[in-house]
Design a protein around this ligand. Sequence first.
Ligand code: ZN
Length: 349
Amino acid sequence: MPNVGLIYDPLYLWHDTGAHPESALRLTTIMHLLTEAGIIGRLKLLPPRDATIDEIAMVHDPDYIAQVRYIADSGGGWADPDTFISPRSYDAALRATGGCLAATDAVLRGDIDSAFCLVRPPGHHAMPDAAMGFCLFDNIAVAARYAHRQHGIERAAIIDFDIHHGNGTQAAFYEDPSVLYFSTHQYPYYPGTGHLEETGSGTGRGTNVNVPLPAGCGDDEFRRVFAEALEPILDRYAPQVIFVSAGYDGHFEDPLASMSLSVAGYGEIMTFLQRKARELAGGRLVCALEGGYHLLAEAWGVRASLEVLLGNRVTDDPFGKPSEPSGVHIDRVLAAVKTLHHLTVSPQV
Ligand SMILES: [Zn+2]
């Protein structure tokens, strides 16, 4: 059985957002389901640690980090129209990022095969100098840069299957070829970025891959995008470790987005990512929770992901498939991705 690590800390519940879709109930629901299903006992529970300010500053402006701390220490408040900071949010955010660093250490040292970080606040919308979209510090981006600085990783991939574009992660590595960022997201949609032609700049040109998808995409469409675009891009880039921004807001029951993924579909996605990690990166896979706002659909999605990492098939899905076929067409967007990223096979001479 593969050795799979889990990062979790009750401090993550102290990021108290009140009546907000990104609430502590997300994590308690996931932990309850994983415990009930007997999955927790099959995982290696990794102790998280706090990230240092210097580590967060690999991605974020020190003035911004100080501002998050100041708002928390002053009793809390809104950092942007969507993002609340409570008195313990700064502490929770340091440990969320630090949890991802602890998982990265464990995977890159070979103590475990893969890791899943059940952290909050989430990270992928956090800009280098601003909170955004429920996110304070970009956990997975800091982990990728840490892998580079601390472990000498020259090529890391971040696969972001959250249904929103990870504008913060894109911004962190837009000019940096040492990290490949690949995002599937509903488009046009929050936060507005993630256009096809945002492909990176300078030496980072070509290592930022956006696949903006129409509302309604489900398991079939994601399977095609992963097989036809992600697979050749990963094969060409040959990452030494794969990070995953794992968001479950693409489930058809999710109240914030309009996609049609199923729990089984999330299992398929993780099966693909685990296979590519094994083929290209010695199996090294570090996943961090991003969004997911239907509590039970998210918990079942995480459960499916962990079953796959543990080497099991995903058989239980209380939600099933959406009742209507998606009826969406992604031929044009896929063709555009292939052209922009030079994936089209040239005719043999
Ligand atoms: Zn999201």
